[in-house]
Design a protein around this ligand. Structure first.
Ligand code: SAH
Ligand code: SF4
Length: 398
């Protein structure tokens, strides 16, 4: 337990401090507004003040980036002492940072329990995208993905997910400076849930974290600037629209069930037709809310003209953009990247059918920070061949 040394400790604060739950102070980062209210009341905040207190503390944490209760200067000293006795404002620690020749930054981030995940910042002209992780490892085993070779170690908490945006803001020095003119250009203008893990298998934490990142009294990122990428967890797709409301990307990657079963084994549970039904029903679909179809270009596997034509046919009627991702190789990966001309020919067919078909520029490859390459080097929890086979729905070795 910590109390600021310069704060007068009143009897009240001491009584309250003794209410500390077992397990030590509670981290405020990651609590929804409602949960923060309950926590402040449990620590002794009078109920009639609770809403105002949440507003104040929220702004300090998420608008100004303040972690030290003593710096929350519009709160009385006694109240700051109460907060310090019961709570912390803690985000995951950056263990190391690598910077690519193209300016991409990869952070190795340590979370509670000593596990590690990766967060990647990709600067672009006048904007920038932060790619965050939602799980350590992944339960799924997409055969072209490096994360997929690592067991699921655990889900990240909402605080650890929102905390990745906060630690990147720390590193980029992007918190507002009191009194300084408001700067409209944002270094982190977009957030994508395309790091390690399947976000829809950690739905509640991802939702709470994105609510924090979108909150207008805090980091205030528009829901249109947040993209959640899923491999196709069909039952959670409608909830994503209703409870988060962010943009959706789908790891499509194949145009027949036979190929998709091999590349994205979750297809055995929810096949292409079922997935497309869910996408068609994605509420609030409009031209400005297109679904992004991610399509990794694998030489000789899914990159033919016939594939491109099938793709266009399959997604007919869905407002869509097709993001072609040149395969990022990793040590031991079983595929090769399609040739440049092949990718261009594929893109051309899609473009002529009326869809935007940007080819994603590989970024940060020299530091293994590109899509699908993330995997913490220190994690030893590897999947066995039997587990990979089981997820892929085929008979594994005895
Ligand atoms: N689990 C989620 C989000 C994380 S993966 C999902 O699968 O959608 C983010 C994107 O990177 C997905 O589209 C994924 O298919 C793609 N990806 C994975 N491995 C890749 C690789 N080696 N090269 C290029 N893209 C890859
Ligand atoms: Fe998991 Fe996504 Fe990688 Fe598939 S592509 S193994 S769902 S992280």
């Amino acid at each position: 337990m910590t109390t600021p040394t310069n704060a007068p400790i009143t009897q009240d604060v001491l009584t309250i401090a003794r209410k500390l739950p077992e397990g030590g102070p509670v981290n405020l980062v990651g609590l929804t507004r409602d949960a923060m209210r309950d926590a402040l009341i449990a620590a002794g905040t009078p109920e009639r003040q609770a809403k105002m207190r949440v507003g104040q503390v929220w702004q300090w944490i998420y608008h100004w980036g303040v972690r030290d209760f003593d710096a929350m200067t519009n709160l009385a000293k006694d109240y700051r002492a109460l907060l310090a006795a019961n709570f912390t404002v803690t985000i995951p620690e950056v263990v190391s940072k690598q910077e690519s020749a193209d300016g991409t930054r990869k952070y190795l981030v340590r979370i509670a329990g000593g596990h590690e995940v990766e967060t990647v910042y990709i600067p672009e002209e006048g904007r920038g995208t932060l790619c965050i992780s939602s799980q350590v490892g992944c339960t799924l085993t997409c055969s072209f993905c490096h994360t997929g070779t690592q067991k699921l170690v655990r889900n990240l908490t909402a605080g650890e997910i929102a905390g990745q945006v906060m630690l990147a803001r720390d590193d980029l020095e992007e918190w507002p400076v009191p009194g300084a003119p408001k700067d409209e250009t944002r270094l982190i203008s977009n957030v994508v849930l395309m790091g390690m893990g399947e976000p829809l298998y950690n739905f509640d934490a991802v939702r709470d974290a994105m609510k924090i990142v979108m909150d207008g009294e805090g980091m205030s990122l528009s829901r249109r600037r947040i993209t959640l990428s899923t491999s196709g967890v069909v039952p959670e797709i409608a909830r994503t629209a209703e409870e988060i409301g962010c943009m959706l990307a789908v790891s499509f990657h194949a145009t027949t069930d036979e190929v998709r079963d091999r590349l994205v084994p979750i297809n055995k549970r929810w096949n292409i037709a079922t997935l497309l039904d869910a996408l068609r029903a994605y509420p609030n679909l409009s031209n400005s809310e297109r679904i992004t179809f991610e399509y990794v270009m694998l030489k000789g596997v899914n990159d033919s003209d016939a594939d491109a034509r099938r793709l266009v046919h399959l997604i007919e009627g869905i407002p869509a953009k097709i993001n072609l991702i040149p395969f990022n190789e990793w040590p031991g990966s079983p595929y090769q990247r399609s040739d440049r001309d092949r990718i261009k020919a594929f893109a051309d067919i899609i473009f002529k059918a009326g869809y935007a078909s940007p080819i994603r520029k590989p970024r940060g490859e020299d530091i293994m920070a590109a899509c699908g390459q993330l995997k913490s080097a220190t994690e030893r929890a590897r999947k066995s061949r039997a587990e990979i086979a089981a997820e892929a729905g085929v008979q594994g070795p005895a």
